[in-house]
Write a protein that binds this ligand. Structure first.
Ligand SMILES: [Zn+2]
Length: 270
C-alpha cells in the first residue's frame, strides 16, 4: 500500500532511509523546519537551511520516487533568541510562493517561556496574513500538557485562524482531546523511545477514531527512524483493520490536510 510520512526531517537522514521508505511504499513526505541539533549562529544559516529544505531535498527525494514538501519557520527552541528569530521570520514571506512550501511550521513551544510565546504569536500572525497552513510542535514530556493548552488557546483566540487548517503534532493520550475538541487536526509521533510506541499510537487511533489524525515518524538527527511509521501500519493491520482502513489513516489523511494547500499534488484515493 502507498504511505505518506507527514513529518520527517530528511536533511538529517541517509540515502538508506530514502531507499527503505521507497521499498515500504512511502510516496511522499513533508519536512517541517526544525532545530538542527545545535543552535545556529546567524540568520544566514537559516537562509541556507531553507534553501536545503525547498530546493535540495526535493531533488534527493525524487531519486527514490518520493515527493518532498516542506514548511518554513524558526523553531521554538531557537525562538528563545528573539532578535535572531525576528531576522529569520523576515526571510520567510519571500519563500512562501515556492511550489514545495506547504505553510508555516513546525512552530510552537519547547519550554513554554515568554520569549517562545512571543515568537509563536508572531509566526501565527505571519501565517494568518499570508493565508498559510500551520504545523504545530508541542513540547516534550512534562511541558506538553501546559504547552498544548497555551498553544491551542492562542490559536482559538485568533479569529483569523481556521482550526481545520492547523495540525497539532506530537499529541499523546493526555493532549489529543484538547486539540480535537477545538477542531484541529492531530499528529501522532512514533519514536523508538519517548513519545509514542506503535502500540500506543494504534490504541489512540482505535479509541479516538481515524478522522483528522496523521501519523508520522518525525525522524531527525536523534534516535528515531522511518521504520516507526511502517511498524505502526503493521501493528494497525495486525489488529485486524483492513488495508482500506489503513489507507485512510496513513495515506488519505495527510492528503486531505495538505491538500488544503493547492501546491500539494497528490489526491486522496477513493
Ligand atoms: Zn519535527
Amino acid at each position: 500500500m502507498k504511505l505518506i510520512d507527514p513529518h520527517i526531517h530528511c536533511v538529517s537522514r541517509t540515502t538508506d532511509d530514502y531507499r527503505f521508505m521507497a521499498r515500504c511504499g512511502v510516496v511522499a513526505v513533508s519536512e517541517p523546519a526544525f532545530w538542527a541539533g545545535f543552535d545556529r549562529s546567524s540568520a544566514a544559516s537559516f537562509a541556507d537551511y531553507f534553501h536545503h529544505l525547498t530546493d535540495v531535498e526535493p531533488v534527493r527525494a525524487a531519486q527514490y520516487g518520493i515527493e518532498h514538501y516542506s514548511w518554513l519557520c524558526i523553531n521554538a527552541k531557537e525562538a528563545e533568541n528573539v532578535p535572531l528569530a525576528r531576522e529569520v521570520i523576515r526571510l520567510i514571506p519571500l519563500l512562501l510562493d515556492h511550489p514545495r512550501v506547504l505553510g508555516i511550521g513546525e512552530i510552537g513551544l519547547n519550554k513554554n517561556t515568554a520569549n517562545e510565546i512571543t515568537i509563536f504569536e508572531e509566526q501565527v500572525d505571519l501565517a494568518a496574513k499570508h493565508n498559510q497552513l500551520i504545523l504545530i510542535h508541542t513540547p516534550h514530556l512534562q511541558d506538553k500538557h501546559k504547552g498544548t493548552a497555551i498553544i491551542t488557546n492562542i490559536l482559538k483566540n485568533d479569529r483569523r485562524i481556521d482550526p481545520q487548517r492547523v495540525l497539532i503534532d506530537h499529541c499523546e493520550e493526555h493532549t489529543i482531546r484538547m486539540a480535537r475538541e477545538a477542531g484541529f487536526w492531530c499528529g501522532l509521533t512514533i519514536y523508538p523511545r519517548s513519545k509514542l510506541t506503535p502500540q500506543r499510537g494504534v490504541d489512540i487511533l482505535e479509541q479516538f477514531g481515524p478522522e483528522k489524525i496523521c501519523v508520522n515518524s518525525a525522524s531527525d538527527w536523534g534516535d528515531s527512524g522511518p521504520h516507526t511509521l511502517v511498524d505502526t501500519v503493521l501493528e494497525y493491520r495486525r489488529r485486524g483493520h483492513a488495508e482500506a482502513e489503513a489507507g485512510e489513516i496513513f495515506f488519505n489523511n495527510p492528503c486531505r490536510f495538505f491538500g488544503q494547500c493547492d501546491k500539494w499534488k497528490i489526491p486522496a484515493q477513493r
